[in-house]
Design a protein around this ligand. Structure first.
Ligand code: ZN
Length: 125
């Protein structure tokens, strides 16, 4: 394991629970890597945990940061969330002390491209 590999929560996002349609929550955390592009965002980890558990729908998201400044999902994670959430899905932003804001996915990713833009697979049989 390299010097930076496996460090969790050293970025702005520390914990990221995701409730889905079966009432469960799934947490993720940033896992940074000395080779920066190889790091994983908390959102991606939480979405992976949700999918492994059988969840396919995000009903709301809580992003917990470690400082006073709001921490929102990065652009790539907004698109990852869009795959499993509707535009009106709430995104709460919090620090260790309190909820700082209630946003929606639409506010963070307006006019988004999502699964509804893809054609259903053609039956080739
Ligand atoms: Zn991200």
């Amino acid at each position: 394991m390299g010097a930076g590999a496996g460090r969790a929560g050293t970025g702005a996002r520390a914990v990221f629970p995701l409730p889905y349609d079966q009432g469960h929550t799934h947490a993720g955390c940033n896992v940074e890597n000395a080779a920066y592009p190889e790091g994983v965002c908390a959102e991606a980890g939480a979405i992976s945990a949700m999918v492994v558990a059988g969840g396919r729908r995000i009903q709301g998201i809580l992003v917990v940061g470690t400082g006073a400044q709001w921490v929102t999902p990065c652009g790539g994670c907004r698109q990852k969330i869009r795959e499993f959430a509707a535009p009106h899905t709430p995104v709460w932003v919090a620090n260790a002390d309190r909820i700082q804001a209630r946003l929606t996915l639409e506010a963070l990713l307006p006019h988004s491209f999502g699964p509804n833009h893809l054609s259903p697979p053609k039956d080739t049989a």
